[in-house]
Design a protein around this ligand. Structure first.
Ligand SMILES: [Ca+2]
Ligand SMILES: [Ca+2]
Length: 401
């Protein structure tokens, strides 16, 4: 027996030694460990921390806290959404954005380097299928404009729907910063009304949202995207990624296409940007912007250009107006402090029109432009019904002596 005890003690000693050896050989703690953990981004349990930081756009309607357990899949409560979108059927789509980061409430899930997809539960309280769009906000400029990226549509059956939104990391890295994603947004169809109707005839569409998770993966996504441009190129649209640099705040479309598929000849190369701008209703004047990412501008020859060269620089591009009348697609520069320099871009019907913008004019209102660029925009008055179609090409810098 004694021998056995000794043997056992010996084994214990050995295993302890093995343990100590093992412990000392363990690698240093993973600095990214926290980023790799799945996280409940929002359980919609408290007004102050979960709903109050939400941002709403385009006459969203109402966001409120629900405690009816029929409409809860996690915890005790959920978010009730009553999206409106303004009084016209063609009004801008109502958008609600839930932030990934709040300094006030001390959370930060905005680094999506390890994120694989987002899951959420949404209850469609209508007795028919509805479509909702979800995506990521790469940037927030002002309170009326967000840069949307990686959007996906979801067909919601009546009742509960479990949804999964992939994190398209390379796409987000192109349009924004994968380590600082501002939040997730939900975009609904416009209800064509400016007031929430609680019950009965014309009741406002109603949804409940709960259980919003970020699901992670073990491997890290590339967080930087190199922007390859020719000398003096801003955007020739010969590469698909350039289409993602142009975002439209309105329902509508911006995409890179082959010009000849639309019976056109591209001013440069073979591809152009195809844009469809949906009107917000005849009558009221309503200026809407297509934004050109400052991330793109920062990669152009303009960034860091010496002031003497910049005085002779012009920003040029071509627009094809595929409507039956002349239209002003105003070119606007918005400084980082929101000063605006707007110049007319009058485009003849069914023709390519050239436009140029003198950088010296721009330096006169913002002498820091060459090292801290604001945003360029194409601004249009959406005071019409239906869609209008345009094409853009060959955004470039020309240096003239
Ligand atoms: Ca909940
Ligand atoms: Ca082109």
């Amino acid at each position: 027996m004694k021998t056995k005890y000794i043997l056992l003690a010996g084994l214990l000693t050995l295993s302890c030694a093995a343990c100590f050896a093992g412990c000392t050989e363990e690698p240093a703690p993973d600095p990214d460990a926290a980023l790799k953990e799945d996280v409940l981004v929002n359980g919609f349990e408290n007004w102050m921390t979960d709903l109050q930081p939400a941002l709403i756009y385009n006459d969203f309607g109402k966001v409120s806290l629900n405690a009816d357990k029929r409409y809860v899949t996690q915890g005790e409560r959920s978010a009730r959404l009553d999206p409106l979108g303004g009084m016209y059927d063609s009004s801008s789509a109502p958008i609600v954005l839930f932030a990934f980061r709040s300094d006030t409430h001390g959370f930060d899930y905005s680094d999506l380097s390890y994120a694989e997809y987002v899951t959420f539960d949404i209850y469609n309280d209508q007795n028919e299928d509805k479509t909702v769009y979800a995506g990521f906000a790469s940037d927030i400029s002002g309170v009326t404009s967000i840069s949307r990226v990686g959007e996906k549509s979801f067909t919601l059956r009546p009742g509960w729907n479990s949804c999964e939104l992939p994190v398209e990391s390379s796409l987000i890295a192109i349009a924004g910063n994968l380590t600082q994603v501002r939040g997730i947004y939900f975009r609904f169809e416009s209800a064509g009304s400016a007031n929430v109707v609680e019950e009965g005839e014309g009741r406002t569409p109603r949804y409940y949202l709960d259980n919003l998770w970020l699901i992670k993966k073990a491997t890290k996504s590339a967080t930087d995207f190199e922007v390859p441009l020719r000398e003096n190129e801003i955007a020739d649209f010969e590469s698909l990624w350039q289409g993602y640099m142009f975002t439209n705040d309105n329902p509508g479309l911006t995409e890179v296409v082959e010009a000849e598929d639309f019976g056109l000849t591209a001013p440069s190369g073979s591809k152009v940007l195809h844009a469809v701008f949906t009107g917000t209703g005849a009558g009221a004047s309503n200026w809407i912007q297509m934004n050109i990412s400052s991330k793109l501008l920062n990669k152009t020859v303009l960034f860091g250009m010496d002031a003497d060269t910049a005085k002779n620089a012009y920003i040029c591009f071509e627009t094809y107006n595929n409507t039956d009348s002349s239209v002003n697609l105003t070119f606007v520069y918005r400084t980082p402090t929101s000063l605006l320099l707007a110049t007319n871009n009058n485009c003849a019907p069914h023709a390519w029109t050239s436009y140029e913008f003198c950088v010296a004019d721009l330096l006169a209102i913002d002498n820091g432009f060459l090292t801290a660029m604001g945003n360029f925009q194409i601004s249009y008055n959406a005071n019409y019904d239906g869609d209008r179609e345009y094409f853009f090409d060959n955004f470039r810098v020309e240096i003239r002596n």
